[in-house]
Design a binder for this molecule. Structure first.
Ligand SMILES: *Cc1c(COP(=O)(O)O)cnc(C)c1O
Length: 476
């Protein structure tokens, strides 16, 4: 008797697997009745891993997965989940993830089907984003990792020998308000330091070009090397979009690498007017990052980085020690390998779930879900505006709606109220709003924030959610 990890009784395993598939499907079909629930103490206790785990039967494991794991997710499959920016998944994810687990492909490179599928996904995305035909790309965990990869490519372009010698020169990057923390983190990880991300003032017309030029000149005079400009297409706070054509012009004039963070906002490119036009100019960037796991409803995790110049992408990461030598044919063929485009050598099969999502629903329908979400945010904005006590913190431009529940209170009292409402509605399983700081009447207030990336959300859901806010605020 050998200790293979295969089932000893495949027929029994098959029956248990079918049972779990059915309960997974049941759960997703009933997503509307399954909001976030806190994990009960006794369930959490059952997660414990002992030093000498004895092993369990398939039936016991299926029970644990079904009863003690599946019910306690983030709740983002629920139609009134609007918190942070969460994708809501899709039923086809069950199919593609099942097959991905069966195949267990290592997508770091070599010559096999999933490499070709990933290339198709990258090329489809490239076309949607308006990037040129020889653009390079790689699927990654998400926009955070994509940002690191893009900035490393920018850094290697600015400092040709940095991979060998490390960085002695001070690099500076520039961005406007609304930049996501992923940019700071990436600069920290690359040893550039987040002090060197210069926050440039914005005007109503976008980034203040004069202020930016002055800042770049001052940094140059001080001996620094300006290397990158960060644009945001869909800011995490208000869903705002920078004027990407204007940024491309400045980046060109100043010789900066233009990177666009379009984590969720990229997908308005599939939507109807006026949302579709928000990202005009995207294809002029040196790189862009976005997520499939947010607005494209692909199961976590999956993002992508696109880099206009393949040679610059490769220069930042490629390294093939002897044990990774490629061949003309056989399994060691298939050049280029994705490990030459990013941090990971071993890589999971992210491509299959994206490919399945696009094939199953088609580009037009995916675009309609994006348009509908923007319309739901506009509807929420209209309900807020119509409620005498409530007030928007910013105009609704895409899929985000940020507001205070009672503008008659002091700023502190508004913050306290909004935080309480977000918790009450989450705990009651009614709706999930997150919170963020915004200006209301010139003061800083913790506001309620809805980012609608949820294909299950109906107009009634928005009505229910805003009525619940009004109820929790004590409005008659
Ligand atoms: C979510 C988000 C990120 C980070 O992306 P992850 O996929 O969570 O790593 C970056 N920028 C914006 C605008 C985001 O919404």
């Amino acid at each position: 008797m050998t200790d293979s990890l295969d089932p000893t009784d495949w027929d029994a395993f098959r029956a248990e697997a079918h049972r779990l598939l059915d309960s997974s499907l049941d759960r997703l079909e009933d997503a509307r009745n399954r909001p976030w629930r806190p994990v009960p103490q006794e369930v959490r206790a059952g997660y414990r891993l002992g030093d000498d785990e004895p092993g369990q039967t398939t039936a016991e494991i299926v029970d644990a997965l079904q009863d003690r794991m599946m019910p306690y997710a983030t709740g983002n499959t629920h139609p009134r989940f609007f918190g942070w920016v969460h994708g809501t998944g899709m039923a086809e994810g069950i199919l593609s993830e099942m097959v991905a687990a069966t195949m267990n492909a290592n997508c770091g490179g070599r010559d096999h089907g999933m490499v070709y599928v990933e290339r198709e996904v990258i090329d489809w995305t490239r076309r949607q984003m308006g990037f040129p035909v020889d653009t390079s790309g790689v699927l990654v965990t998400g926009t955070s990792q994509a940002t690191v990869i893009a900035l490393q490519a920018a850094r290697v372009r600015a400092l040709t020998h940095v991979r060998t010698t490390g960085q002695a020169i001070r690099l500076t990057a520039y961005t406007g308000a609304g930049v996501h923390n992923a940019a700071r983190k990436a600069l920290e990880l690359l040893g550039i330091g987040n002090d060197n991300l210069r926050l440039v003032p914005t005007t109503d017309a976008g980034l203040d070009i004069d202020a930016l030029s002055a800042r770049i000149a001052a940094d140059r005079a001080a001996g620094a090397t300006p290397f990158a400009l960060f644009g945001t297409a869909g800011s995490v706070d208000f869903g705002r979009y920078d004027d990407l054509n204007a940024l491309a012009d400045i980046a060109g004039d100043q010789g900066l690498w233009l990177h666009i963070d379009a984590a969720f906002g990229a997908w308005t490119r599939l939507a109807a007017a006026p949302y579709r036009q928000l990202t005009d100019g995207m294809g002029r960037a040196d790189s862009m990052a976005c997520d499939f796991h947010k607005w494209m409803a692909v199961p976590y995790d999956c993002g992508i980085v696109l880099i206009r110049n393949e040679a610059e992408h490769r220069a930042a990461f490629a390294a093939r020690p002897a044990y990774l030598t490629g061949m003309d044919s056989g399994l060691a063929g298939g050049d280029p390998w994705f490990c030459d485009y990013g941090v990971d050598l071993s890589r999971g099969n992210r491509a299959l779930k994206v490919w399945t999502a696009i094939k199953a629903h088609g580009t037009a329908k995916l675009g309609r879900t994006v348009t509908a979400n923007c319309e739901r945010a506009a509807q929420m904005g209209a309900l807020v505006t119509a409620a005498p006590q409530m007030q928007l913190a910013a105009p609704v431009v895409s899929n985000l709606c940020v507001f205070t529940a009672d503008t008659r209170l002091s700023p502190d009292a508004q913050s306290t109220l909004n935080m309480r409402i977000s918790q009450d509605l989450q705990n009651a399983g009614v709706a999930v709003f997150s919170t963020t700081l915004a200006e209301i009447g010139g003061a800083s207030v913790t506001c309620l924030r809805a980012a609608i990336t949820n294909h299950r959300t109906t107009p009634e859901d928005v009505e229910i959610a805003i009525a619940a806010v009004a109820g929790a605020a004590g409005h008659a």
